[in-house]
Design a protein around this ligand. Structure first.
Ligand SMILES: Nc1ncnc2c1ncn2[C@@H]1O[C@H](COP(=O)(O)OP(=O)(O)O)[C@@H](O)[C@H]1O
Ligand SMILES: [Mg+2]
Length: 219
């Protein structure tokens, strides 16, 4: 499987232009893990950057104002047009750095200027839940992406991984299971419905993409 992915990635990079690869799938499906693998693979031969959609989570203060704090992660809790504008800037602004916000999992809020795309970066990997959604402006987001890969894993394994991640970031197992049932799973149906628009389906339970040491920009 990973040989097939490697070949796909090589073909994507061959034309020599800047490439923006989208990775999508349900919460816990392995998007960030696949993104890290792609960045590590491609990073050995070209300059790469990572711009996750996570950075476009609205701040808690704005979610409170909108009454959406309890549904963080739903499609209307993101600055979708801001994300689109950044993707367009990554396409059109080749002489300067384009900064994107970073999502801090400890505080579960975005921080401005956390992710940098420098002029030399040739592969930009972006990752998020709604890249293939049919509602505006997501089709315009899709139009900025060269390919979109969809991570697929059994619901059971995906839920296990999600609960474990929430516990790692400070929730009790009970709180984690409740959050997964009430918040994460509410969004999964919508994401699954976008699956058929993907260019490639990547099974993330049948092979181990986890690197032995985490990839970091510049490493
Ligand atoms: N291919 C894989 N093999 C083993 N574990 C994985 C794999 N992909 C993801 N995981 C595990 O599942 C959890 C969720 O993966 P992550 O990449 O964070 O998902 P997403 O970004 O889609 O929410 C992570 O904690 C990771 O350790
Ligand atoms: Mg992720």
């Amino acid at each position: 499987m990973s040989d097939g992915l490697r070949a796909r990635l090589t073909a994507l990079l061959e034309p020599g232009e800047r490439v923006i690869l989208g990775i999508t799938g349900c919460p816990g499906s392995g998007k960030s893990t696949l993104a890290e693998w792609v960045l590590r693979q491609a990073g050995a031969q070209t300059q790469v950057a990572w711009v996750p959609m996570d950075g476009y989570h609205l701040a808690d203060s704005e979610l409170d104002r909108l009454g959406l704090r309890g549904s963080k992660g739903a499609i209307d809790t993101f600055d979708a047009y801001g994300y689109l504008a950044t993707l367009r800037r990554i396409r059109s602004e080749r002489a300067n750095i384009v900064y994107a916000p970073e999502f801090d999992r400890e505080i579960e809020q975005p921080i401005a200027g956390g992710m940098a795309v420098t002029p030399a970066d040739r592969l930009i990997v972006t990752e998020g839940n709604y890249l293939l959604d049919a509602s505006p402006p997501w089709p315009d987001v899709r139009a900025e992406l060269d390919e979109v890969w969809y991570c697929e894993v059994s619901d059971e394994l995906r839920r296990e991984r999600l609960v474990a991640r929430h516990v790692r970031f400070g929730k009790t197992p009970d709180q984690a299971r409740r959050w997964v049932d009430e918040v994460d799973e509410a969004n999964a149906g919508r994401i699954v419905a976008s699956r058929d628009r993907a260019d490639l389906i990547v099974p993330t339970d049948t092979f181990d993409l986890l690197p032995s040491d985490p990839w970091r920009p510049g490493s």
